[in-house]
Design a protein around this ligand. Structure first.
Ligand SMILES: Nc1ncnc2c1ncn2[C@@H]1O[C@H](COP(=O)(O)OP(=O)(O)O)[C@@H](O)[C@H]1O
Ligand SMILES: O=P(O)(O)OC[C@H]1O[C@](O)(COP(=O)(O)O)[C@@H](O)[C@@H]1O
Length: 304
């Protein structure tokens, strides 16, 4: 079974404004609301690729009700813990001359709420996949992903972690199967400015030395780079297409990578399906559909 955990689900309010300016009234010319949050996005793409998942996490307030209803509509099996204080986030994704994101805070999660999550995770067994994805509300200790992996250490699961800063660094000692930082997140962790591909490989290998089995570095429109657990480096370009909305491209890449790997354990295949899934989402108004992912996969292979 594949479990995804989204500590802080969101309604993504994606708006377009011509030449956005601060300090004045701006009018929106296109708007959409999507149910989001990294783990939920991963669950949706895995479902499109034929893998059922359980989407765990925390919800609160009227936005939380909308998140749960939306997850159901997406055809994803959600099992969210309702918390009492606060509300699930609304994340604003502003499309204009530049892309700007304002991600909300999220509800107050208590220790008792966390124990409800642990109880669900204890059901995991050997070779199950656990995806810990996204930020956590500020009230949750930033070693929470580490705590979860520590509790599950004896279970021999595949852990996938897509998080930033200390939340990510803290889990490395539990040897997660996969981490997917982007180039900016690596710069942030090591407090460096990456100067090209050699540098990306260097810091991906450092993350491996710190414990990660496979390090997938996503580079948005420049593709991605994987340093796998066998010591091989794979460089992948991108699918060709017109970008519509890149929100969720990273989550789609994580999901595609997992699905590709689960097929027969081949890292090149995993990276191809990850790339096709990330690209297909970037070229869609919302998360990609199965048919479009496979169309992008065929094009990617055809262009090699
Ligand atoms: N503009 C784009 N054109 C084609 N593919 C893209 C584009 N943006 C993202 N992707 C695909 O999605 C993957 C993940 O995107 P990225 O933006 O790096 O993730 P994140 O949102 O996690 O930073 C990229 O490695 C690439 O394969
Ligand atoms: O949990 P975080 O890091 O605040 O990110 C949440 C946001 O990330 C997303 O999951 C999109 O992530 P990516 O663009 O990195 O794939 C949005 O749906 C959501 O608003």
């Amino acid at each position: 079974m594949i479990y995804t955990v989204t500590f802080n689900p969101a309604l993504d309010y994606v708006i377009s404004v011509d030449h956005f300016q601060t300090g004045v009234v701006n009018r929106v010319n296109e708007e959409h609301i999507f149910v989001g949050g990294k783990g939920i996005n991963v669950s949706f793409i895995l479902k499109e690729l034929g893998y059922s998942t359980k989407a765990l996490g925390f919800t609160a307030g009227f936005t939380g009700e909308k998140v749960k209803a939306g997850v159901k509509e997406m055809g994803v099996d959600g099992d969210f813990i309702d918390v009492e204080e606060g509300m699930s986030r609304i994340n604003v994704k502003l499309r204009s001359d530049e892309e700007t994101e304002i991600n909300g805070m999220g509800p107050h999660i208590t220790e008792a709420d966390l124990y409800k999550l642990f109880a669900k995770l204890y059901k995991m067994g050997k070779s199950d996949v656990l995806v810990l994805s996204g930020s956590i509300p500020s009230c949750v200790p930033n070693n929470i992903y580490e705590t979860i992996l520590e509790k599950l250490a004896s279970k021999n699961i595949y852990a996938v972690v897509d998080a930033t800063g200390q939340l990510l660094v803290n889990v490395l000692k539990y040897k997660p199967f996969l981490i997917k930082p982007n180039n900016f997140e690596i710069e942030d962790i090591f407090n460096v400015k990456l100067q090209g591909e050699e540098d990306i490989v260097k810091y991906a290998k450092k993350l491996q030395e710190m414990g990660a089995r496979n390090v997938l570095v996503s580079l948005a429109g420049d593709g991605s780079l994987l340093v796998d657990e066998n010591g091989e480096t794979h460089r992948m370009g991108v699918c060709k297409g017109k970008v519509k909305n890149s929100v969720g491209a990273g989550d789609s890449m994580v999901a595609g990578f997992i699905a590709g790997y689960l097929k027969n354990g081949d890292y090149e295949e995993a990276l191809e399906l990850g790339t096709a899934s990330g690209g297909a989402t970037a070229f869609s108004d919302s998360l990609a559909t199965k048919d479009f992912i496979y169309e992008n996969l065929r094009n990617l292979r055809g262009n090699k």
